[in-house]
Design a protein. Structure first.
Length: 462
């Protein structure tokens, strides 16, 4: 069942609109750069103004702002009507496992074909990338000039352009079982051999053959020789789908973690949240909060970049907000002590064919509520205090909660909450949407759960 078809499970316009909106967002966000560009479009439509890191920040009461770093991370925030206030931060990430195209891209394959030379980005389930329609997207950097020989203002002679081939362009073919009879008995993929996508049925450079770089240049609307650099990735072209006996499941590429990023965007731009946030303090109404939506890049490769959760991006923004509002460093640290963060990254639902892979008591299921994640080694940031706060919020709004913890004999993953906490030390809870096949090129979640997540995030901001 395609996403735009009606189904019995999504029985209200509002719920249907959430899934439709998520599907549209995912379709327009094949890379972290596109994901952030789509967030920027929605923010600007809601009256948010862009701030630049290399310019002085001018911030006003009731203001709405955002700042980007590397075009793949973005932090949006709203200023309350009254004085400086504690921060309420929701953090997620914009990247997903994929394959990055290497700078010297062309590989002769089999004596007659050309493949794209790629390397794995993040911990993908490799088999899920085989025999699927794939395309290429990302960004290119090109020489920029105003026509008079002078570089454009603030561009250093270089501008960035997003590119997306749009149509299926490459595919990674499986080896036929006739050529390896042990294929179904366990197969170890060699990323330099088995995971190279097929680009052309002729060798690169052959007469009349369009090269990959020529295709990139045409897509970007520039000349081939103008391209100075690029960051290009493969992505799955399969459309999002609602399916199941009641239309209760939703499958799409990049649910981890764009579903949470999308939910946080809808929460911070919700009209009720914005209206409540702009109310002046009275005797019966406490002063507001500085609501923050942070979407970081590179979580899938450890967050250790200038735009990742392990960078100073969030810390820098919080300090600049503080100082732009006329506060000093002491006020900054006082605000941090009263601040809270939600680290939003998806969680592993019980697999129907492998229930033994999850802890028998601390497990979650699709369509049964928001997931709070625990780990004794603090790979997740949740502790008793942050869980109690979250539980109280959800109880007041009838938002169902589930608990996830890994089996004690299985090493689990981690996320950005504890990494960000090493720079900005505030009370944090790790939450997520329950999903199946995490890090597959096509993941699955429950239709109901996106609404639970958005409602929780709105309550957190309020």
């Amino acid at each position: 069942m395609k996403i735009n078809e009606t189904n019995n499970f999504v029985n209200t316009k509002e719920k249907e609109g959430l899934i439709q909106g998520l599907a549209a967002y995912l379709a327009g966000a094949p890379t972290a750069y596109h994901a952030v560009a789509a967030v920027q479009d929605i923010l600007e439509a809601k009256g948010f103004k862009e701030l630049k890191e290399n310019q002085k920040w001018e911030i006003e009461a009731n203001g709405r702002y955002f700042v980007k770093r590397n075009s793949s991370s973005i932090i949006a925030f709203t200023i309350p009507a009254d004085s400086f206030a504690p921060f309420r931060i929701i953090a997620s990430h914009s990247d997903s496992p994929s394959f990055k195209v290497k700078e010297n891209w062309d590989l002769a394959r089999g004596g007659a074909y050309t493949g794209l030379n790629t390397e794995a980005y993040g911990g993908a389930i490799l088999s899920t990338w085989l025999d699927r329609p794939l395309s290429v997207a990302g960004r290119v950097f090109v020489e920029a000039c105003d026509g008079n020989g002078h570089c454009c203002q603030n561009c250093n002679g270089i501008i960035e352009k997003l590119v997306d081939f749009g149509e299926p362009t490459v595919l990674i073919p499986s080896l036929a079982i006739h050529m390896d009879r042990s294929m179904n008995e366990g197969f170890k993929f060699n990323k330099q051999v088995d995971m190279i996508p097929l680009w052309s049925d002729s060798l690169s450079g052959a007469e009349g053959e369009k090269t990959f770089l020529q295709e990139v240049a045409e897509t970007a609307g520039v000349k081939e020789e103008e391209i100075l650099g690029s960051d290009l990735f493969l992505y799955n072209k399969q459309a999002a789908t609602v399916w199941g006996s009641k239309g209760e499941f939703f499958s799409a590429p990049r649910l981890d973690d764009l579903a949470c990023a999308y939910a946080s965007l809808l929460a911070i731009t919700d009209e009720a949240v914005l209206a409540e946030h702009s109310r002046p303090a009275t005797e019966s109404y406490a002063k507001g909060k500085i609501n923050i939506c942070a979407i970081f890049d590179n979580e899938e490769v450890g967050s250790g970049t200038k735009q990742g959760a392990d960078s100073t991006f969030l810390y820098d923004c919080l300090r600049r907000i503080t100082f732009a509002m006329g506060q000093d460093e002491e006020a900054f640290y006082c605000a941090l002590a009263d601040s809270r963060m939600v680290s939003a990254d998806n969680a592993h639902a019980v697999h129907p064919n492998h229930p033994e892979k999850t802890d028998e008591n601390n497990k979650c299921f699709l369509n049964q509520g928001l997931v709070v994640k625990f780990n004794a080694a603090q790979h997740y940031s949740t502790d008793g205090e942050s869980y109690a706060y979250t539980k109280k919020l959800c109880k007041g709004e009838n938002i169902p909660l589930q608990i996830f913890a890994n089996r004690s004999d299985v090493a689990g993953g981690s996320t950005l909450g504890n990494i960000s906490g090493s720079h900005v030390s505030i009370s944090t809870v790790d939450v997520g949407l329950p999903q199946l096949a995490m890090h597959s090129s096509y993941e699955t979640m429950g239709v109901k759960d996106i609404e639970y997540m958005i409602n929780f995030m709105k309550v957190f901001y309020l």
